[in-house]
Design a protein around this ligand. Sequence first.
Ligand SMILES: CC(=O)SCCNC(=O)CCNC(=O)[C@H](O)C(C)(C)COP(=O)(O)OP(=O)(O)OC[C@H]1O[C@@H](n2cnc3c(N)ncnc32)[C@H](O)[C@@H]1OP(=O)(O)O
Ligand SMILES: CC(C)C(=O)C(=O)O
Ligand SMILES: [Mg+2]
Length: 559
Amino acid sequence: MAMTNSSKYTAYPAVGLSGRTWPDQRISSAPVWCSIDLRDGNQALPVPMSVDEKLEMFRLLVDIGFKEIEVGFPAASAVEYQFVRKLIDEDLIPRDVTIQVLTQAREHLVRRTFDSLEGVRNAIVHLYNSTSTVQRDVVFRKNREEIKAIAIDGARLVRELADAAEGSAIRFQYSPESFTGTELDYALEVCHAVMGAWGADESDRMIINLPSTVEMSTPNVFADRIEWFCRNLEHREAAIVSVHTHNDRGTAVASAELALMAGADRVEGALFGNGERCGNLDIVTMALNMYTQGVDPELDFSHLSHTIDVYRDCTRMPVHPRHPYAGELVYTAFSGSHQDAINKGMKALADHDDGVWNVPYLPIDPKDVGFSYKAIVRINSQSGKGGVAYVMESAFGYQIPRWMQPDVGKVVQNVVDEEGRELSPDEVRDLFVREYVRLQEPYALKKCHITWEDEDPDRNDEEATTITTAVQKGSHEFGFTARGNGPVDAFVKGFIRDSGLEFTVSDYAEHAIGHSADTLAVAYVKITTSAGTVSFGAGIDSNISLASIKAVLSAVNRL
Ligand SMILES: CC(=O)SCCNC(=O)CCNC(=O)[C@H](O)C(C)(C)COP(=O)(O)OP(=O)(O)OC[C@H]1O[C@@H](n2cnc3c(N)ncnc32)[C@H](O)[C@@H]1OP(=O)(O)O
Ligand SMILES: CC(C)C(=O)C(=O)O
Ligand SMILES: [Mg+2]
């Protein structure tokens, strides 16, 4: 069936804000972060967390650096209640961390919530009731005044119970739930009433949390709403304006970022965007977005794989392979031109590191979030020569020269095309060795003795090096002695003379691999025959002269 019913949906209204300032603002410091993993994230799970899992998640959140953590909805269930009790009874809340608990504005739930908090040092009691038009009409069947009264009564009760909670510093947060479905002027009116009932002032600022309970508009419209709200809020100094964005349209992070530019002070969200329906704002993404703009997010995601592991264990939710910053494929390039650019970018950085990260296709240094460079480049049919060269160098130390890379790239491409799958780095190396270090057929080097006239290997005089070899071709063995300005020159001269083949060495490179006693030399050559055919070969040996002679023979064998 085709989608022909768009007329049953209505467009979200614009705010009509004149002289908006948020487009010119920049995010230059971290907001107050509040994790809602243990509440909104938890309430949306098919299997909510157990007390032990909540505790493991709580410890992770503390380690990441959250100072405000919504730990649950204690009136909702036994687990939720017990978890809050456990944190308090076992003194598990660090002194610089404030727990937050959510309750509907209903008397029995508010009272139960305060019971759960008995003996807490610091807490935020988060009260909400839905203010949206649709919920007023179909859920509560109450008018604007009646809905406002629910909020005021709730705030008064919270104030009364907070005042009675001796030894506990209780702060207050109110959410006009479904703010995005609420007329702006009415949301403001309810918040003013709640601030009055709570008695908020500059010395006792309350948190006004404006949720996009359901994300209904483009982020710019949400930002307009936040700027309008902040502008029109009486006693702005008595409020911490917070946002709590959901991801129904896929723009929860963008909405929260623009909301900060529009004047919000605080952001609620969850790791990897867990939460109702399409989730909440993803705090990992938002924090790392800030980080990659040079702003310290004051949250530590330097052990992101550990964060992912704990998150998966506790929530039983996966992290998508393409999840920003965290997915297992986001630091991987398969396509050739990306691989080539990354390879060159990493080299440029190694040659000239001025402390500024500037590598094509990698908006963040994987090491900053605890990932290695190992899997940045992976080889499949989309890959190119640069990627193969990167894998060979980063995984095994082979520095395939630029003039040989196209040939190696083609060899690898043929294999992945044929096999229709990814090749592991080991398979790429094995293929390289099998293909380019060809020493047996048709010619096999049986013996090779090299002497220098004055035993000075650096000497480069014409004819200063003498080589004596035995070479086998099928069942026939021939040997020769030849002189040249170095081992390769001497070998080529002798080989051409005795084999009848005509070629020159048109490119040559060598380097060492490994350390101390295990060091090996690798040589790469390109030969060109008199008929113009080119062939590439490589040789590996503990002796550099032998490595280069083997490379020549490999190239001859590949002709
Ligand atoms: C956007 C959010 O994420 S909000 C947070 C949501 N979180 C949760 O819901 C946590 C899990 N919830 C629960 O465990 C339960 O829903 C509880 C414990 C909160 C409430 O349980 P119950 O009262 O048994 O059930 P339920 O939630 O279905 O109650 C709905 C009733 O409460 C009413 N209600 C909801 N909020 C309010 C309010 N603030 N004031 C007065 N009545 C309210 C509804 O109108 C409905 O009334 P009705 O019974 O007359 O139809
Ligand atoms: C309780 C509120 C803040 C909420 O989760 C929402 O509106 O999405
Ligand atoms: Mg929510």
